[in-house]
Design a protein around this ligand. Structure first.
Ligand code: KMT
Ligand code: NI
Length: 178
């Protein structure tokens, strides 16, 4: 399953792990508690995987595409990575399945601390609508990910502060009950 930890606040390259010393791991349970869910699948068979099919069917993930984040393959690579690393939220869940390479998703916990989630091949994650988060490659500078969505995809990101959005308020009040 995914490994996660609280981040240090050093300003070294954000593609480094940024673990605290000593490391403060974050459990799957703690991630679920803030609405972040993950699965481990066999990415080598993503085209025919019944386990992926089941998740998609159960959760209504009708749309999918594949993004390759690589300096030589992704148009406007630098700009896109810069955007992905700006703290933001979306009006819908962000669902990503790592088919190859590595990546980090950083999410804010209830106390506004950064949790870093290390994604490797076979990890599928859902970030709830309204959670503040960001994305970066690791030191290996490469990943390929499936992007899933319920219906027609909307990729629009709202950079923080976006506290006035209904979806943000909804997320924050859901946290209070969880
Ligand atoms: C986002 O909105 O944070 C992203 O789309 C991240 C990059 S997709 C692997
Ligand atoms: Ni996002």
């Amino acid at each position: 399953s995914v490994e996660a930890w609280f981040m240090d606040d050093s300003d070294e390259d954000h593609r480094m792990p940024h673990k605290l010393n000593p490391n403060e791991p974050v459990s799957l349970k703690e991630l679920e508690n803030i609405g972040v869910f993950s699965w481990k699948l066999d990415a080598d068979i993503y085209e025919t995987d019944p386990a992926l099919e089941k998740i998609r069917k159960d959760r209504g993930y009708s749309y999918s595409d594949i993004i390759t984040i690589d300096k030589d393959k992704l148009p406007n690579y630098e700009d896109k990575l810069k955007m992905f690393f700006e703290e933001h939220l979306h009006l819908d869940d962000e669902i990503r399945y790592i088919l190859d390479g590595r990546a980090y998703f950083d999410v804010r916990d209830r106390e506004d601390r950064w949790i870093r989630i290390a994604m490797t091949k076979g990890d599928l994650i859902t970030l709830p609508a309204g959670i503040y988060h960001r994305f970066t490659l690791t030191e290996t500078n490469y990943t390929q990910a499936m992007r899933l969505f319920v219906g027609e995809p909307v990729w629009k990101a709202y950079n923080r502060p976006a506290d006035e959005f209904d979806i943000r308020q909804k997320y924050v009040s859901a946290l209070q009950c969880a």
